[in-house]
Design a binder for this molecule. Structure first.
Ligand code: ADP
Ligand code: MG
Length: 243
């Protein structure tokens, strides 16, 4: 197994609040890691640290053996290599769907406009929104916007995709259209870290489930083991509330 992301004794504080406590975690190539845990346990901070949207106070994070870059072009490349999909879609509001998916390709990956548009169309077709390319994000449903956000991240040919509660802001009838795209990615071997409370997704697609509480990874197990036999009282209590 080839390690893609290696976090070693990572600590992060916000003022007096210790939000990541000695987190050590290896994500291997092709792993689908689902992260669950109570609100405030540090799940988003963990994802954001891997993308260097948050700095860390101590420890190290390396991707393919290299420490995360601090700034400049190397940081832009890191953000392209580490695709991120947020709860709140975060599309560029004043750009069309097509522009949303081509901009990073031309700016960061230095592709021609034509090549970027071809790749964008291929991905928009794949996530089922190819007929919406000229629209503005606000003209799309939440589920469609989130699928565009996934296409935008994929267009950069990322090494790993991070999803932070990608379906939490969606109306129930749109959740599956987004989860189906994610299951497809997982089956194709994309390396993924997915913060979600969609346990159906975890059972279907996860190789590992991490349970976080109070800034620590309390459990790290395969889904079958985790759901049928959680070890910690915290995990048992959490599962009894969401299942
Ligand atoms: P989760 O995603 O598991 O709900 P977060 O990683 O968002 O948890 O947050 C962990 C803790 O850090 C929470 O107590 C949250 O309020 C706090 N926190 C998150 N972001 C900030 C910030 N930018 N400034 C101060 N506190 C923050
Ligand atoms: Mg969060």
């Amino acid at each position: 197994m080839e390690p893609l992301v290696v976090m070693t004794e990572v600590n992060k504080h916000y003022g007096d609040l210790h939000v990541l406590k000695d987190i050590s975690l290896t994500v291997n190539k092709g792993d689908v890691v689902v992260v669950i845990g109570p609100s405030g346990s540090g799940k988003s901070t963990l994802c954001r640290a891997i993308n260097r949207l948050e700095t860390i106070d101590s420890g190290s994070i390396a991707i393919e053996g290299r420490d995360l870059p601090e700034e400049g072009a190397a940081l832009a490349k890191l953000r392209a290599d580490v695709g991120m999909v947020f709860q709140s879609f975060n599309l560029f509001a004043h750009k069309t769907v097509l522009q949303n998916v081509t901009l990073g390709q031309t700016n960061v990956r230095k592709r021609s406009k034509k090549a970027a548009e071809e790749r964008a169309m291929e991905l928009l077709d794949r996530v089922g929104v190819a007929n919406q390319v000229s629209k503005m994000p606000s003209q799309l449903s939440g589920g469609q916007q989130q699928r565009v956000a996934i296409a935008r991240a994929l267009a950069m040919d990322p090494k790993i995709m991070l999803f932070d509660e990608p379906t939490s802001a969606l109306d129930p009838e749109m959740i599956n259209e987004v989860l189906d795209v994610m299951v497809g990615l997982a089956k194709e071997g994309m390396t993924m870290v997915v913060v979600t409370h969609e346990m159906g997704f975890a059972r279907k697609a996860a190789d590992r489930v991490l349970f976080m509480a109070d800034g620590r990874i309390v459990e790290d197990a395969d889904p079958e083991t985790f759901f049928t036999n959680p070890k910690s009282a915290r995990a048992k209590d959490f599962l009894s509330k969401i299942l």
